[in-house]
Design a protein around this ligand. Sequence first.
Ligand SMILES: C[S@@+](CC[C@H](N)C(=O)[O-])C[C@H]1O[C@@H](n2cnc3c(N)ncnc32)[C@H](O)[C@@H]1O
Ligand code: SF4
Length: 387
Amino acid sequence: MSILMFSFRNRKKFLALRRGLHFYNSVYYKFKCGIQNNFSPLAILAKLCQSSMEFLKLLFTRVSIYKWLFLLIRKEGTKMCVNQQRELRFIVAQKCNYDCTFCHGEGLQTPKEALLKPEDFRFIFNVGKKHFGLKTTTLSGGEPLIRKDIVDIADELYHEEAIITLTTNGYFLEDRIYIGNYIKRVNVSIHSLKKEKYELIVRRRNVFHKVIYGLLKLREKYPDVDIRINSTLVDGINSSERDILDLIRFAERLDASIKYVELFPAAMKGFVPLGNVEEFLKRNGFFSIPSQTRKVTLFNGFMEVNLTKIFCATAEDHNKPGAFCRNNNDLFISPDGRIKPCRNNLKEVDILDSVRSMDEESLVKKIKEAFDLLGKNCIISKDASKH
Ligand SMILES: C[S@@+](CC[C@H](N)C(=O)[O-])C[C@H]1O[C@@H](n2cnc3c(N)ncnc32)[C@H](O)[C@@H]1O
Ligand code: SF4
């Protein structure tokens, strides 16, 4: 009985501490992101601090003129809360073991053979880094983990200092667990925590538990890898308030962030506007953090929840979608060594020969050509002629 009382009291203390931390974190982020009193000394201090802990320490020490100078010189502190840079995205495999109801397959309509070898990815990234200042890359698909040599691909890119994100449905995570040695972040698509709903969306049976097992194993083995849960919302299946809160709690326990994706196109059956989710989250203790990117980011002091549309849907919201695409879109490289500047356009730039012959000059020219094609003849753009 006394043990029970002891643990009960401790739990109460723990919950109070957690509530306090939660409150403090939300105050810090409100100052940092200019939600509260943008120009007050506290807001400026919060913006200059790199973490809520640093802010806390400074609140209780005298901030001398030297400290202010130090904070001002250290520019990282003045960055926006969320930052984004364009990148090379490798569609490493077009095939997939799932058949999701809404899948757009990253715009690859015709089947592409996986012709690029691990060392080819390294060469392409090296050229992107040297000539275009690209630092990050994403391995996506189809399903990237379907490739047996995916760990070798990640290894090659890692040795080129690429900051790697893997976007996966998670089914083969357990089998390719050593990829955790090379990646900075993994985005795992978990559309629901209910087995039946998950399997209804991916149109495969008895797959759910393997995905969750792989994810837990990754977290245990690689605590430093950032995990983000991706969930595409489908009305009537996984978009209820209960579904959303369950997934957020799961992400919190996993020390992961979470991203809800709006279905594209909006005309698709099951479309749920992200505004509905934003409203619901705000009623449940979340507030939004200003962002330069296409995402809406909400935070409750502990958990970050991103609400996002796929690129074309965001471009559609701009008055010049073509120009927006040209200035912001990533370059997608298909598994057969082609750059595909637009999911709605058949035009591609073939880089396979330049890669195979390791012809740096010709690859640079082709990458420039592909960047130049971004946003041209955009079918959703009224400014197509001007791009
Ligand atoms: C194309 S998949 C590729 C990587 C991997 N197979 C996966 O499912 O994560 C990347 C993400 O796009 C999302 N997605 C696919 N088709 C979509 C659509 N029509 N609308 C919104 N999101 C979509 C998926 O849910 C997934 O989270
Ligand atoms: S798992 Fe990814 S690539 Fe495969 S069908 Fe689903 S969304 Fe498409």
